[in-house]
Design a protein around this ligand. Structure first.
Ligand code: NAI
Length: 358
């Protein structure tokens, strides 16, 4: 085979700053379909690893490895703090899904997942849909999020965010309901729309922004929402800012502009840097660590783990109980953060590492 692009030569796994003693990192390729995939398993201390598959074009292979390692560690934290008997892992398929994704490639990937399926099960992420998971499911049971199973995880993520928002209401505003609260939802996609609808039904006033004008118009029309420009939603005069679009939305600059008393939403990796989190804390803005409040999707994906030898769904708490526990876990994190005079995100990471024995 022809030699590959020079940037591949610098790829580091053991030396990656994201490595954090991953238990296992697998590289898979299938020449016939052009598949190149990485499965990273951070920890199986609490059970077999679970984590979605991301199908994405990366600038180079190092970026793909780092992404797999970082996301897989985050899954360890997320599952541990959700009280799930599963570990953390993540898969990435390298390449442009619009160009590369075929049924044959998804089958090839599914067969590799099957090969390590006693230790890893997967589901949707960026670039992988419910239909793609169903295609993989033709060759392996180690997948979650099929329409015959728990279905689209975003519904459960939205429910989980609502439980988290209730914890924020209690802790930051001394309230137990949404009446009279102003909530800014950034991104009205699968999760954001679900959250917007639920907080509206619960009596809150909505402020919304999305790059898709039609969905904003629908929120104004159906939910009585106030529309604001996408670049300014973080600075809205509201009680809670709920990021449900992109990561990295809280920077040191935007933290200084946020007028809400709390930031709590589904988007992954909302804090661009640790300093951004500190900036929120210094201004008395309560932050709900994203991988705690957005755990509903992974909680709902447990049926994939039930396919593993020696496991059954009966070993897991009912879905609604596990989703409701997001409230309690956040309260526990906020309490401990107060006691230890740390940020909620630092406390959450510490608690997760204690749970997985790191
Ligand atoms: P989605 O793709 O359905 O929705 C994202 C929405 O954000 C879209 O409506 C899009 O138009 C909008 N958007 C994009 N750029 C924007 C911008 N600059 N300003 C405002 N809106 C913008 O994605 P989904 O599934 O709703 O996920 C939302 C976030 O939650 C993502 O960060 C995702 O990683 C995270 N998440 C999702 C879970 C799930 O179950 N779907 C589980 C855990 C985290």
């Amino acid at each position: 085979m022809a030699s590959r692009a020079p940037e591949q030569g610098n790829m580091a796994v053991w030396g990656s700053r994201e490595f954090d003693n991953h238990e296992q990192v697998c590289f898979f390729s299938d020449e016939a379909t052009g598949l190149r995939a990485i499965v990273a398993i951070h920890s199986t201390a609490l059970g077999p690893a679970a984590g979605g598959t991301r199908f994405k074009l990366y600038a180079n292979d190092s970026e793909a490895v780092d992404d797999a390692l970082r996301l897989s560690r985050a899954m360890s934290y997320k599952s541990a703090l959700a009280g799930l008997p599963v570990g953390g892992g993540k898969a990435v398929i390298i390449g442009d899904p619009a160009r590369l994704k075929t049924r044959a490639l998804l089958h090839a990937f599914g067969r590799y997942v099957d090969r390590i399926g006693r230790h890893f099960a997967t589901g949707e992420d960026v670039g992988i849909s419910v239909a793609d998971i169903e295609t993989m499911n033709e060759v392996t049971p180690f997948v979650a999020g099929t329409s015959a199973g728990a279905g689209d995880p975003s519904v459960h993520t939205a429910t989980g965010v609502m439980h988290g928002l209730r914890a924020v209401l209690e802790r930051r505003f001394g309230k137990s309901d949404f009446t009279g609260m102003k909530i800014a939802v950034q991104g009205l996609g699968a999760v954001g729309w679900g959250v917007a609808q639920r907080v509206h039904d619960a009596g809150a006033q909505l402020v919304v922004a999305d790059v898709r004008e039609e969905v904003v118009a629908r929120a104004v029309d159906r939910l009585g929402a106030i529309s604001v420009p996408t670049a300014r939603i973080h600075a809205s005069d509201v009680d809670i800012y709920v990021p449900c679009a992109l990561g990295g939305v809280v920077t040191e600059r935007t933290a200084g502009e946020i007028r809400a008393g709390a930031v709590a939403g589904a988007a992954n990796n909302q804090l661009a840097t640790a300093a951004a989190g500190l900036a929120l804390a210094e201004r008395g803005i309560l932050f709900a660590p994203d991988y705690v409040i957005n755990a509903g999707g992974v909680i709902s994906g447990l049926e994939a783990c039930s396919a593993m030898p020696g496991r059954s769904l009966a070993q897991f708490a009912p879905l609604d109980e596990s989703l409701a526990a997001i409230h309690d876990r956040l309260i526990e994190i906020f309490d401990r953060a107060d006691r230890e005079k740390r940020t909620p995100e630092a406390t959450a990471e510490q608690m997760a590492r204690e749970l997985i024995g790191r």
